[in-house]
Design a protein around this ligand. Structure first.
Ligand code: B12
Ligand code: SF4
Length: 466
């Protein structure tokens, strides 16, 4: 049986809970009998320096070392890969899915595109001599100096047969997160994929094909969280939680029937939410919903393929408020060719929605992630081809950790992508965007103030503000 070491590289944006994708990957490998160790070097108190990381890995004597790669943090990850040249490196995660050949040019022997559970198990089986590389769908690799890409792996449509992610929690050292006892991942998945087609969305791993777990399987995981951790609040990390009214009702019934209240939040597309769906969610313990809206200009909403209207968002906010569900509306600024009046429409929406919304997202300057329609269409025109390799990494301030006004002001005040100005907005528009970020903070703070004064009217805050 193979020995696999999973490494989440250090990153300037620390992750404070066990990485859910590693829970899934490690559980899948163990279920097949492989030995697994891991290091979440992105956690605030985990070792971050290359020699210590290399020593940890060497002590495990792995056959494969798998790194999780995200676009924003790929430069330090590639630099680390150089230091780990003695090991057989496998790249995975969103960035490896989009540009596998790039990872192979940076010291990785293999890259796994898309969902990794089955593919990594097959790669581990290859190490054991039970498989050939050519048989592993979704694998890219180097053979005699040539890059080879096997055909795509179809999306996993049988999510109920995934190994239970919580079974791998013992591999995460609580001290990495400043804790003394095991921490749960901050979320779980009831589905993967999203049927919408937003031009800016970098969800290549989970894709546009919506797949979901049975209500019973999700409820069993929630029950396990309750039994092991005394039911902490959690989030559904689904791309788009509320797809399918009947599915959501069944899922909410199953969670509500667990007998104890569980508090959770999710991200949903406003087109999938109506009063009944929100009421079902509330009944099952939902306290807050993150809504993707992105622009409040009707023409821009069409251009970015958002598939929603301003009126619909206002309706959803109204229903959520009636039900005392906390809402966070996600808005972005600085789209390519965004005019002053289109931008003003979004800024104006902050005031228009302030009496209904629970808050607005931190940051929000548009970033053209590779693989998105936005990137493909615009990178030559604006000259940002391969920006993640050519430019210094974007240095974001950490997301707010609470709804404390001081914390909100700190985290909302700036956005690293504004200085980069990908879409070459003129100085007066950059200034408008900067003012819009500050306005998001002040409107969100005013809502927070109102909530503290009248908690009965505004609803309870979402767990783990983001
Ligand atoms: C939850 C979440 C978070 C949580 C993570 C909490 C946790 N402890 O797990 C938090 C809030 C911390 C977070 C932070 C960020 N996130 Co985030 N996040 C997500 C979200 C919504 C779900 C992640 C998830 O669990 N997915 C489900 C699993 C099954 O998919 P997966 O993580 O991709 O893992 C699978 C495969 O990629 C592969 N795989 C993953 N790693 C590896 C490693 C190896 C070796 C192999 C072989 C395979 C493999 O197998 C896994 C299982 O199938 C995704 C959206 C999405 N659809 O995935 C965004 C997403 C991953 N995040 C994204 C971004 C940009 C960020 C931030 C950089 C935010 C920012 N600054 O803008 C930070 C980075 C933090 C960091 N240091 O890594 C982007 C990444 C885009 C990209 N091209 O890199 C995504 C795709 C959102 C989006 N559509 O834009 N995030
Ligand atoms: S609704 Fe959200 S997850 Fe779905 S494509 Fe749009 S941005 Fe991506």
């Amino acid at each position: 049986m193979a020995r696999v070491f999973l490494l989440n590289p250090p990153s300037p944006e620390p992750v404070r809970t066990p990485l859910l994708s590693f829970c899934h990957l490690a559980s899948a490998l163990r279920e097949q009998g492989h030995a697994v160790a891991l290091l979440d070097a992105s956690a605030p108190f985990a070792p971050h320096d290359a020699p210590t990381i290399a020593a940890r890995i060497a002590a495990f004597a792995p056959d494969l070392v798998g790194l999780h790669l995200k676009t924003l943090h790929v430069q330090p990850a590639y630099a680390l890969a150089k230091e780990l040249a003695a090991f057989t490196l496998v790249a995975g995660g969103p960035h490896a899915t989009i540009v596998p050949a790039e990872t192979l040019a940076h010291g990785f022997r293999y890259a796994i595109r898309g969902e990794g559970e089955d593919a990594l198990c097959e790669l581990a089986a290859m190490v054991d001599g039970a498989r050939a590389a050519t048989e592993i769908a979704g694998l890219s690799w180097i053979e005699r100096g040539m890059v080879r890409h096997n055909p795509e792996r179809p999306f996993n449509t049988e999510l109920d047969r995934l190994a239970p992610p919580l079974a791998a929690l013992d591999l995460f050292d609580p001290a990495w997160y400043g804790a003394t006892q095991a921490l749960p991942p901050a979320g779980l998945l009831s589905s993967r994929g999203c049927p919408q087609a937003c031009t800016f969305c970098s969800n290549d791993v989970t894709g546009r094909k919506f797949r979901y777990r049975s209500a019973g399987s999700v409820a069993a995981e929630v029950a396990l969280l309750r039994d092991q951790f005394g039911m902490p609040a959690f989030s559904f990390f689904d791309d788009s939680f509320a797809v399918g009214k009947r599915r959501v009702r069944e899922l909410c019934d199953a969670i509500a029937n667990l007998g104890t209240v569980s508090y959770w939040t999710c991200t949903a597309h406003p087109a999938h939410l109506d009063r009944d769906v929100l009421a079902d969610m509330k009944r099952a313990g939902c306290t807050g919903v993150d809504l993707g809206m992105e622009s409040a200009d009707p023409g821009m909403l069409v251009r970015i393929g958002k598939g929603v209207t301003v009126e619909r968002v206002l309706d959803v906010l109204g229903w959520a408020r009636e039900l005392e569900l906390h809402t966070v509306v996600n808005l972005m600024f600085g789209w390519p060719d965004e005019t002053d009046s289109e931008l003003a429409a979004t800024i104006g929406f902050l005031d228009r929605a302030a009496h209904l919304a629970g808050g607005f997202n931190a940051r929000g300057v548009v970033v053209p992630y590779p693989g998105t329609e936005l990137y493909e269409r615009e990178h030559e025109r604006f000259g940002f081809t391969n920006w993640w390799l050519r430019e210094p990494p974007l240095e974001y301030l950490a997301f707010p950790t609470s709804w404390d006004p001081v914390e909100i002001e700190r985290a909302y005040g700036d956005d690293a992508a504004l200085g980069r100005n990908f879409f070459q907005h003129p100085p007066h528009r950059v200034a408008m965007i900067r003012a819009a970020l500050a306005k998001k903070a002040s409107v969100t703070m005013a809502i927070q103030q109102r909530r503290m004064e009248h908690p009965e009217v505004v609803g309870v805050p979402a767990a783990g503000a983001r």
